[in-house]
Design a protein around this ligand. Sequence first.
Ligand code: CP
Ligand code: NVA
Length: 308
Amino acid sequence: MSHFLDIHKTDPADLRQMISEAGRIKQMRKGLPKGTPDAEQVLANHMVALIFEKPSTRTRVSFDVGVRQMGGQTMVLSGSDMQLGHGETIADTARVLSRYVDMIMIRTFEESTLLEMAEHATVPVINGLTNRTHPCQIMADVLTYEEHNGSIRGKKVVWLGDGNNVAASLIHAAGQFGFDITIAAPETLQPEAEFVNWARNKGVEVVLETNPQQAVEGADLVVTDTWVSMHDSQTTKERRHNQLRAYQVDDALMAHAKPDALFMHCLPAHRGEEVTSSVMDGPQSVIWDEAENRLHAQKAVMRWCLGK
Ligand code: CP
Ligand code: NVA
C-alpha cells in the first residue's frame, strides 16, 4: 500500500503510469450513465473514508462517485463532527479509522495533520488538499492537458495570481512531468522557495515574474485560481484584490499565449475576479473537462494506493 501525499513525493514513473491508467479508465466508461459500475470492480468490498475539514464540491463528489463506480463504499465525514475536532489526536484517529476502513482521503488545513494521519494509519491516505498543496487537482490537470494537446513535457505552463496550494502542486508536476513553469504574481504572493528550488533541481525552468503579459508570452497552458483561499483570512480579501487585479486572466492576456493554448482553473471560480467569463466560457477553456477528470485521475490514484 502507498500513501498519495504529494506529487513531489511520488515516483515520476508511477505518476506517468497513473495518468495513462486514468485515460484508459475514462475510455472504458464513455457514454455510460454515471451510476453504472466500472467493468473493473477493483474496490469491491472496500470501505473508503472521505474526511472534510473544509468545504468541497468537486473533491467530495468525484471521490464518492469514483469509489462507488469501482464497487466500493464511502463514508463522508466532516472534521467538525468527528472527535478530531474535539481533542482526540490525529494519530489516534488514524489508528482507529484504519480498523474500520481500507483507505482515507482527507482535506484539511495544516499539512502536519495529513502527515500525522499518514504516519499512523495502516491504510493508504490521500491528500484531498491542505493549505500547502493539492496534488489530486494537478493529476487531473495533466490528464486534461494531454487529452487536448498531447504530451506536456517541455511545454510552457503559466500560473497567474496567488502562489497558493494549487500552484505548489503544479510546480511539483513541472519537476515530475518535465515542463517549464512561469509564476506571475506580486513578490509577496510568490510560491514557497522550497518548492521552486525543488523543481529547479529537477532540471526544469521555474520563472518568477511580476509582469503578467510578459509571463503569458508564448504559453501553452494558462492557469489561475481564486485570489483568496479557504485557509486565508477574509480580512486579507480587499488587499489581495488590489494586489492581484492586474493578474486577471482576460481575453487580452490570453492573446499573449500561443493560439492553441489552453486555459484551466481548478474551480470554484470567481467570475470577473481572477478570470473573466469570456475566458472561462471561451474556446480555449477546458475547465469542465478538467473538473470531470478529477474523477478519472483519482480512480487511478486510488488503484495505485492499493496496488491494484
Ligand atoms: N477544485 C476543487 O478541489 O474543488 P472543491 O473545493 O469543490 O473540491
Ligand atoms: N486555492 C483554493 C483551491 C480550492 C480548490 C483553496 O485552497 O481554497
